[in-house]
Design a protein around this ligand. Structure first.
Ligand SMILES: [Mg+2]
Length: 278
């Protein structure tokens, strides 16, 4: 019996060490290794994020005072008298979920793990993106509403109508966001037309608020129809078309780990590389 246990133990140890080895190899070659390390370890990411939010904060007083200002291209009339609001995305804009990317890299998983994601959101332990909380609280202090428009999903469980929403509000409060409540967090699926395309939620927001600023980490947090059936060149020309908005009414956070920047690319992705011969 003892002998058998020893064999089982040895086999288990061998399997675990061989598994660990496989995962290390998979991690080293994982497509998100460097982007996740940049996000989690670089002074460059941290400084970039702080400077984005510093720039955003500096714009607030003037945008608040000048009631002709709006950050929404669709907000063209009867908005001057509405209360001011900023719209922010949540993931990789306010909350840092890079731990899920790090777990994927370490176990060699490529893709989106919906179970891991749901567990992570429900745990409510994401740290804040550098600078985000101070920015949000400054906006609240100035009397500006903060509306969170996120593609976290509102899907009923056995015990709650919208468990990801409850956990997200808890998480935002835990990192220090002072003014956050259910009516200010609009998740995907909360209304039938609230899809991952955020335009319908922005259009609803403009009925209630003069939206003075947008902050996000994905082009789709600013414009509709930019997350599929579009080329990088077409997206570049849209960025340039609205260049007056960047750094003033539109604040883009860096996210090299995922986003529509990547999902719009067709295989093989190497076709997009501009090398020295071009
Ligand atoms: Mg995001």
């Amino acid at each position: 019996m003892k002998k058998l246990s020893a064999v089982v133990l040895a086999t288990t140890v061998f399997s675990l060490s061989s598994l660990a080895k496989t995962n290390v190899e998979a991690a080293v070659h994982h497509p998100n290794l460097n982007s996740t390390l940049w996000y989690q370890t670089s002074a460059e990411f941290r400084a970039n994020s702080l400077q984005s939010y510093k720039m955003a904060t500096l714009q607030l007083p003037a945008l608040l005072t000048d009631t002709s200002q709006t950050a929404l291209l669709t907000q063209t009339s009867n908005y001057q008298q509405l209360p001011a609001a900023v719209i922010v995305d949540i993931d990789e804009t306010i909350l840092d979920n890079s731990a899920t990317a790090a777990s994927d890299v370490k176990r060699g998983f490529v893709g989106f793990d919906a179970v891991q994601w749901n567990d992570w959101v429900l745990a409510g332990k994401a740290p804040a993106v550098p600078g985000a909380v101070a920015f949000l609280n400054k906006a609240s202090e100035l009397g500006i509403k903060v509306l969170f428009i996120s593609n976290r999903e509102c899907k009923a469980s056995a015990s709650a109508a919208c468990p990801q929403k409850d956990a997200t509000i808890h998480n935002l409060k835990a990192v220090g966001v002072k003014d956050v409540s259910s009516e200010l967090v609009w998740l995907k699926g909360e209304q039938p037309d609230w899809t991952s395309e955020k335009e319908s939620r922005r259009l609803k927001a403009q009925q209630q608020y003069r939206v003075i600023m947008l902050a996000g980490d994905d082009f789709g947090d600013f414009l509709p129809n930019v997350k599929k059936d579009i080329t990088p060149a077409q997206r570049f020309s849209l960025v340039d078309k609205y260049q007056d908005y960047w750094g003033s009414r539109w604040i883009m956070l860096a996210n090299p780990t995922y986003g529509s920047w990547e999902t719009i690319l067709q295989a093989p992705k190497t076709q997009y590389l501009r090398d020295v011969k071009q």
